[in-house]
Ligand binder design. Structure first.
Ligand SMILES: C[S@@+](CC[C@H](N)C(=O)[O-])C[C@H]1O[C@@H](n2cnc3c(N)ncnc32)[C@H](O)[C@@H]1O
Length: 200
């Protein structure tokens, strides 16, 4: 996995959870969203999957605080929020858990070449995700950035246990998040990738 940059390292000591502490996660059906932003898709997942815990990892303080307020306002008991850097949280903080589905919607594209090292979607992180997903679990990733989409395609090809499927059509609202709407309005094309976790 790409070494964490100083930007990402800055978030490591700041792990917080809502609720605190988290309830036991082992053997509970789990869905993961990385980078929920304002939380629109997260809340929808929570309402549509009442028997699951929906775990969301968000590293920006302000966004985390707003999400906590919105979760409380909506009384969503099945949303679990972690404030932290996703790679660090998944590698070092959460243990012995398997996700049925993982959503990463419009993760920051870091379009400048010298910033590409910050991109979340790369082969080693995808391999980590695959190890944290149930057999047959689904990974859904979107981007509005053409060069990031091409980069992703190359990175996905390095992780053969993630098998491409067309199941993304089952999730029409992935293109209705806050950022999806914003970029659709600007005429940008939206890309979605969907994979099923195969044998390792
Ligand atoms: C462009 S926004 C997209 C938000 C939302 N998914 C949507 O589609 O509206 C990306 C979000 O991911 C969060 N994020 C980016 N990199 C992250 C990381 N490494 N760990 C945790 N959160 C991250 C950002 O703080 C931001 O909230």
């Amino acid at each position: 996995m790409m070494p964490l940059s100083s930007l990402e390292k800055a978030y490591i000591p700041q792990i917080e959870t809502h609720p605190a502490p988290l309830p036991p996660l082992k053997n509970h059906p789990l869905i993961l969203e990385i980078g929920p932003g304002r939380g629109d898709f997260l809340f929808q997942l929570a309402e549509e999957n009442p028997r699951h815990f929906i775990l969301a990892i968000e590293y920006k303080n302000r966004r985390y605080e707003k999400l906590v307020q919105r979760i409380e306002k909506r009384r969503l008991a099945n949303v679990l929020l972690v404030k932290g850097e996703a790679r660090f949280v998944l590698k070092s903080y959460l243990k012995d858990i398997l996700f049925e589905k993982v959503f990463i919607l419009f993760s920051d594209p870091w379009p400048k070449k010298r910033h590409a090292k910050h991109r979340l979607i790369e082969a080693e992180f995808l391999s980590l995700l695959s190890r944290l997903m149930c057999p047959g679990g689904e990974l859904i990733v979107t981007t509005d950035d053409e060069s990031y989409a091409q980069w992703m395609q190359r990175e996905f090809e390095k992780v053969p246990c993630l098998l491409p499927t067309d199941k993304k059509d089952q999730y029409p609202t992935i293109f209705e998040t806050f950022y999806a709407q914003k970029w659709k309005g600007e005429g940008r094309s939206l890309n979605a990738f969907c994979f099923v976790n195969g044998p390792y």
